[in-house]
Design a protein around this ligand. Structure first.
Ligand code: F6P
Length: 345
């Protein structure tokens, strides 16, 4: 049985839509056991700066379905800041925090693992629209992002039809193409390009020509921002605290290359932050309660150093070390399946 009296929670990395639903649920579960919950402002930044806020049932009442994170986020890497880890350990002792809940993607969970190795009692929760964390069927936020992509792209495809245009829609996805894959399948896209596999622009140009010859003068191509294109460079070069360059815009290079091959220039729409925003879809809101339930069980049973995964709709513990040892990628089989559905001309 656990002797936990006070828990702190932080949310790190890119935000998404179901985080507040998760926070509300875990606060309710813990308050019922008379366990105090503190929110840490701006991820590891607040932990370094001793910036905590109260979280109780009254405060979290009504935050569900609000999107984003009420305790804010940042991409702060304490292992890149001198003295920061010592400050974290001191602040955790000073605030009498018995356990730390870290909600986020690979970077946030990577730091959580290191803190766990320093002796801090940590529970990890996978949250990223990229859905690229090992060991879990779902990451919080992914399904809402797919829904946002599908809704926004449906608005683009009406113009594609009316104007007889080839439309590239660029979605997020730094290393993994799950957002692109699931939305391309849901939308019935003509093709997709994802970071896992080399983009073949000759085949894409050929597809457009064959399709037009067969009488279809509009098309939809979903591009993940992290796709590698031979001869093209990502246009942004800001680097975050975890060493990632800011992505977005590779589709313009793709459009130029296609134009140079067949004299047809696809239009480009970059969905950007529309994907991460707004209210969660019902499935994500539901999943957030499964993640909260798993977190609560771990706190009650004093199981630390684990990430709460969701496998077959049930919470399951995966050592954080296993979850972050690599990035989850789209399989060749799934990618080929999605490509083949578009190539029917
Ligand atoms: O955290 C995942 C993600 O959504 C990536 O797909 C994307 O590259 C990145 O966040 C962008 O985040 P930001 O611009 O907020 O740093």
């Amino acid at each position: 049985m656990s002797s936990i009296k006070k828990v702190a929670i932080l949310t790190g990395g890119g935000d998404s839509s179901a985080i507040n639903d998760y926070i509300r649920t875990i606060v309710i579960l813990l308050e019922k056991q008379h366990i105090e919950v503190r929110g840490i402002q701006r991820s590891y930044k607040g932990l370094i700066e001793d910036d905590f806020t109260d979280l109780d049932c009254r405060i979290v009442n009504g935050i569900s379905h609000t999107g984003g994170t009420c305790i804010k986020t940042s991409r702060t890497n304490p292992y890149k800041l001198e003295g920061a880890v010592d400050k974290i350990i001191k602040n955790i002792q000073k605030e009498k925090i018995d356990a730390l809940i870290c909600v986020g993607g690979n970077d946030t969970l990577g730091v959580a693992l290191k803190l766990s190795n320093e002796g801090i009692k940590v529970v990890g929760v996978p949250q990223t629209i990229d859905n690229d964390i090992l060991g879990t069927d779902h990451c919080m936020g992914f399904h809402s992002a797919v829904e946002n992509i599908v809704k926004c792209t449906n608005m683009v495809t009406t113009s594609a039809y009316s104007h007889e245009r080839e439309m590239i829609v660029e979605v997020m996805g730094r290393d993994s193409g799950f957002l692109a894959l699931n939305s391309a399948l849901a939308l019935g896209a003509d093709s997709l390009m994802i970071p896992e596999f080399p983009a073949d622009l000759d085949s894409l140009a050929d597809l457009i020509v064959r399709k037009r010859k067969a009488g279809k003068y509009h098309g939809l191509y979903i591009v993940a921002e992290g796709v590698q294109i031979k001869g093209a460079k990502q246009i942004q070069d800001d680097i975050d605290a975890f060493g990632h360059i800011k992505l977005g815009g590779i589709s313009y290079a793709i459009a130029e290359i296609i134009n140079s091959k067949i004299n047809i220039k696809p239009n480009v729409t970059i969905l950007g932050y529309t994907q991460r925003g707004g209210t969660p879809c019902p499935y994500d809101a539901y999943l957030s309660t499964v993640f909260a339930r798993g977190t609560f069980n771990n706190l009650m049973e004093a199981k630390f150093g684990y990430m709460v995964a969701v496998v077959n709709e049930k919470p399951k513990n995966v050592p954080i070390a296993d979850a972050v040892k690599d990035i989850r990628l789209v399989s060749k089989e799934d990618y080929d399946f999605a490509v083949s559905l578009g190539d029917v001309w």
